[in-house]
Design a binder for this molecule. Structure first.
Ligand code: SF4
Ligand code: SF4
Ligand code: SF4
Length: 525
């Protein structure tokens, strides 16, 4: 059984990696790039609670939640990519040796339930915490912000070193080209705030120093949710009379789910990894299907005080964020991706997984995680940074990979008509305007067929007295969609000569209606 579980973990992890690396423009894989995010029951429940509407993209997460009622935490033991990474990295750490019967502490176990309660209370008050702790979002964010840029840097360094050795040059470059054909970035993607994402991910890994699967045992709110719904599951660890009370199963259980006496299993903790079945020297343990016998299992052990405390804490924090005094709508200077829902609905739905940032990095590369530009409530939500990149006119991928529908799915043709914002010239920095010299860069790059940037040629008198004909660019507001390529390509050093604001910005309601900021009184509340 252990082999079967390992094969399952490996296959699901490879699928996760495959979809992650293939999430590039143009996306041509039959499976959705955000398959694992859609399969997260926590993201599903939190986004439905927060938006108070059925979110069709998260059906798979609901199916897994429903399956966990009879099957328990199978997702944790057999599928979750973060769980697989933790199983691999936990081997790196040396922990104090324990003797048989010396059980690890279970004191911190209730933390994950407290966190789950706070998340659900927050979601109910339309404040989304789930994405910060959802394991699939955690690992997707870490791979996007840290692993991918790091791998690209390492590969670039190797290629430039090996490429200098004449007999390795050809083979090195053809191997690198092949890598890029299968989705490896051609340029190192840079994600703002990646250091914090790295530190938090490393903390999760390093907690393995204290116990195996520390995160899963004590902190993971998804594990808490699945453990709670699956505590009366129909799959049971059964111990036969061949048991000699050697205690090896309890010693080796990565989830500390076997109670003293070795017969009783804490079903809310057991992830059905089957290690106890394989490790038992007497072959006394088996897994059976059937109604649970009360003598062989125990469910959730909740510390009520902590749960009530976290309910109060989560409710207070959520209330503070929802009334806006810590800046829920504090700034609208940064653009949202094309197709984003109106701000309040966007904040309710977005699980901060950064899948859109990942896929955008392979095309226009404008999307970045917000720090505080969109208020505390918008931390790590995607915003467009036009100096960093632009929204590619022929791309609609962020909407296709958003697991919770925070970005509306649009066809390329519909997306090309969505106004993200409007560009304006900064005449104190734009070359024709302040230096009286021609510069056609923005006009040439503007992707709108009728050109949203046009040029008007006028004579100007220079300080020397000479008259020169200069082409002055201007924006046709009604045509501009705010894609920002003019900003990205502007050759002016530092602050560009053109910038995009959220003026005329269009958003979508959860029902799919397009609305313009100034036309909708309730917009963004
Ligand atoms: S407890 Fe959380 S991180 Fe661990 S395996 Fe389960 S879902 Fe994944
Ligand atoms: S922001 Fe634009 S370029 Fe980036 S993924 Fe979305 S549609 Fe594509
Ligand atoms: S943002 Fe710039 S490039 Fe894009 S449509 Fe507007 S003017 Fe054209």
């Amino acid at each position: 059984m252990r082999t079967a579980r390992r094969v399952s973990q490996l296959l699901f992890f490879l699928l996760f990696l495959y979809l992650f690396f293939e999430a590039v423009y143009p996306y041509e894989v039959a499976l959705p790039a955000d398959l694992f995010l859609r399969a997260s029951p926590l993201a599903a429940v939190a986004s439905i609670l927060a938006s108070r509407a059925f979110v069709s993209t998260v059906v798979l997460g609901l199916v897994i939640l429903a399956l966990s009622i009879p099957l328990g935490r199978f997702f944790c033991g057999w599928i979750c990519p973060l769980g697989t990474v933790l199983d691999a990295t936990d081997r790196w750490f040396k922990r104090p040796r324990r003797k048989v019967g010396q059980r690890e502490s279970t004191r911190l176990r209730s933390w994950k339930y407290a966190l789950l309660v706070a998340i659900l209370a927050g979601s109910f008050l339309s404040v989304q915490f789930a994405g910060y702790f959802d394991p699939i979002s955690v690992i997707t964010r870490a791979f996007t912000a840290v692993l991918l840029p790091l791998l690209t840097k390492v590969a670039d360094t190797f290629v430039s070193l090996l490429g200098r050795v004449s007999f390795l040059e050809n083979i090195t470059f053809s191997a690198y080209n092949r890598l890029q054909e299968v989705g490896f970035p051609t340029q190192q993607p840079l994600v703002r705030g990646s250091f914090l994402i790295l530190v938090l991910f490393l903390v999760i890994l390093v907690l393995g120093k204290w116990s195996r699967r520390f995160w899963c045992r004590n902190l993971c709110p998804l594990g808490a949710l699945l453990g709670f719904v699956g505590q009366h599951r129909l799959t049971h660890r059964t111990v036969s009379t061949a048991c000699t009370d050697c205690g090896v199963c309890q010693l080796m259980c990565r989830m500390n789910a076997i109670e003293d006496g070795y017969r009783i299993t804490r079903t809310s903790e057991c992830i059905e990894c089957m290690q106890c079945v394989d490790i038992c020297p007497e072959g006394a343990i088996s897994y059976r299907l059937g109604l649970p016998a009360s003598s062989s299992h125990k469910g959730v052990d909740l510390d009520r005080r902590r749960v009530l405390g976290s309910l109060a804490g989560g409710t207070l924090a959520a209330a503070a964020l929802s009334v806006g005094f810590v800046g829920r709508e504090s700034s609208s200077s940064k653009l949202r991706p094309p197709g984003a829902l109106v701000e309040s609905e966007f904040l309710d739905r977005c699980v901060r997984c950064l899948e859109c940032v990942r896929i955008c990095s392979s095309t226009g590369a404008c999307l970045q995680p917000a720090l505080l530009e969109r208020g505390v409530a918008g931390f790590w939500t995607p915003v467009a940074d036009m100096r960093h990149g632009y929204c590619e006119y022929n791309c609609n991928l962020c909407g296709q990979v958003c697991p919770t529908g925070a970005i509306t799915r649009l066809s390329v043709e519909d997306k090309q008509k969505v106004v993200m914002g409007t560009a304006y010239f900064d005449r104190s920095r734009c070359i024709p305007w302040y230096r009286n010299e021609d510069c056609l860069v923005c006009e040439e790059h503007c992707p709108i067929p009728e050109k949203a940037i046009r040029l008007e040629q006028r004579p100007v008198q220079l300080p020397s007295g000479e008259t020169r004909l200069v082409k002055f660019p201007y924006v046709v507001e009604d045509l501009c969609i705010g894609c920002g390529i003019c900003v990205t390509k502007c050759p002016v050093e530092g602050q560009p000569g053109i910038f995009v604001t959220t003026a005329r910005e269009e958003r979508f309601t959860a029902r799919g209606e397009k609305v313009r900021k100034e036309e909708v009184p309730a917009y963004g509340r």
